[in-house]
Design a protein around this ligand. Structure first.
Ligand SMILES: [Zn+2]
Length: 332
């Protein structure tokens, strides 16, 4: 962990420890289907504490029948996901702390959402979520917790990247002679239907993430960051510091490949976050390793997708548009 400069946020765990002890002011940052993310500033006159404005975020659960209590989620991650990473890689998991909510924090959040909804309605700019007015948060007696996490995008002299490594092995049910891996096949099928380019479609083949060929790695990094992707510092750091984490993820995906999708699916949906300081990798963190993905509905959806990949012939087709899969290159 980089502690060799004066960055007060070089150890995100320390930032979180400080922020757990002070009252917070919330600012709306973004939201997903299940949570709203607030950027937070300590409400304090102490200059040392005040330094930690916006270096962390608070993730607050939405009041929906599909969301589970924060404590239940955090416990499940601690018991099911964290042990998979062992002492060597546990620091690559996004740090998270259980934050005890107060009436004041909850009121601030509800007020922010109420104003935002009002503003959006008045400006006819739509609503917070496509399906209509976004729900607020559950009452304190139903949800006494939020999740405190570092904001890796924050800070001077920092650079931030994120990408999804996706499926790092071929699907066990892919047909013989496949020209595409599971991710490239999924992306090709979606593109052939004219669908929107999904978050998992990074434009590179996940199997290439293990390559020791600098030209191939450069190609991937240029997709992740067109401005810096061809820099030697980026390629070197990828090969030395980032590839071992991807390798571990791949090992875990392979070990759990027989478990009817559940754990490998969670591992395949993770997001890799890179925080750089002065052109050196300060943090490689995996986020979104969330057990909420393990719903029966999602499992059915993924099984249906795999059946469609097989029946549509997209694994083996020679006439599909899109980026070249590592498997296809090996065959040509
Ligand atoms: Zn591929």
């Amino acid at each position: 962990m980089s502690t060799n400069d004066n960055d007060p946020h070089s150890d995100p765990e320390k930032c979180m420890e400080i922020l757990l002890r002070v009252p917070l002011t919330l600012h709306y940052l973004t939201e997903g289907n299940a949570n709203v993310i607030y950027s937070i500033a300590p409400n304090t006159t102490d200059p040392d504490l005040a330094l930690h404005d916006h270096c962390c975020v608070l993730r607050m659960r939405k009041d929906l029948p599909t969301t589970r209590p924060t404590l239940v989620n955090m416990t499940a991650i601690r018991d099911r996901i964290t042990p998979l990473f062992g002492p060597e890689h546990v620091h690559n998991l996004m740090p998270k702390a259980l934050y005890p909510l107060t009436e004041n924090t909850l009121q601030q959040a509800d007020e922010i959402l109420r104003k935002l909804d009002k503003h959006l309605a008045e400006s006819k700019a739509g609503s917070r979520v496509p399906a209509g007015r976004g729900p607020g948060h559950p009452p304190l007696n139903e949800e006494p917790h939020a999740v405190l996490m570092p904001n890796l995008r924050h800070g001077d002299h920092t650079l931030f990247h994120e990408f999804k490594p996706k499926w790092l092995h071929q699907s066990p049910s892919a047909p013989a002679g496949a020209r595409r891996c599971r991710t490239c096949a999924t992306n090709a099928l979606k593109r052939s239907k004219g669908g929107k380019k999904g978050k998992g479609d990074s434009g590179f083949c996940p199997l290439d993430l293990f390559s020791d060929d600098r030209a191939i790695i450069k190609g991937i990094l240029q997709k992740i960051d067109p401005e810096h992707g061809d820099s030697d510092w980026f390629i070197d750091a990828f090969l030395q510091q980032i590839q071992p984490v991807i390798q571990h993820l791949a090992t875990l995906q392979a070990e759990h490949n027989t478990e009817v999708l559940k754990t490998p699916a969670i591992l395949a949906h993770t997001t890799m976050l890179l925080r750089w300081r002065r052109l050196k990798v300060a943090h490689v963190k995996l986020a979104d390793l969330d057990l909420k993905l393990m719903t029966d509905e999602n499992l059915k959806k993924w099984a249906k997708m795999e059946n469609e990949l097989i029946s549509s012939g997209v694994y083996t087709s020679t006439a599909m548009p899109g980026s070249a899969c590592a498997l296809e290159r090996q065959l040509d």
